[in-house]
Design a protein around this ligand. Sequence first.
Ligand SMILES: [Cu+2]
Length: 146
Amino acid sequence: MKTTRLLMVIMASIAFFASSTVYAEEHVVNAEARIFKPAIIYIQPGDTVRWTNMTSHNAVTYVAPEGSAGFGEKGQLPGGSFSVTPDKEGIYGYACEPHAGFGMVGVIVVGNATKDVQDAAMKQADETLQGPFRRLLGSIKKVQVQ
Ligand SMILES: [Cu+2]
């Protein structure tokens, strides 16, 4: 009887720690020539995005969910590789500033991509983006809504 109870406590502890550590995943986006691959990624809250091969590129948010700090403040994310954990659920549209004119833009969808979430991101992009950064409108439009 005592052994069974101890076993249950151990099993519950393992389940608790497993659930708190297994869920955070890392997703890799590679800079290939002048595109991000994959251009659209779908992640869960708490997941990390790591960009690789970024020596001559950066990744700066131009569209972000309301209240989000975004990332890549005006080119603060250059270099070979770096990681970001988006702070809010929703759609992030980012661009490589030197190559935005070549369409080097990407989208991160955190959590559920509903039509409302997509519409809000499209509205923000339409109202705020200029020049080549408007290419993000097309990328956000390609997000698979649930
Ligand atoms: Cu670039």
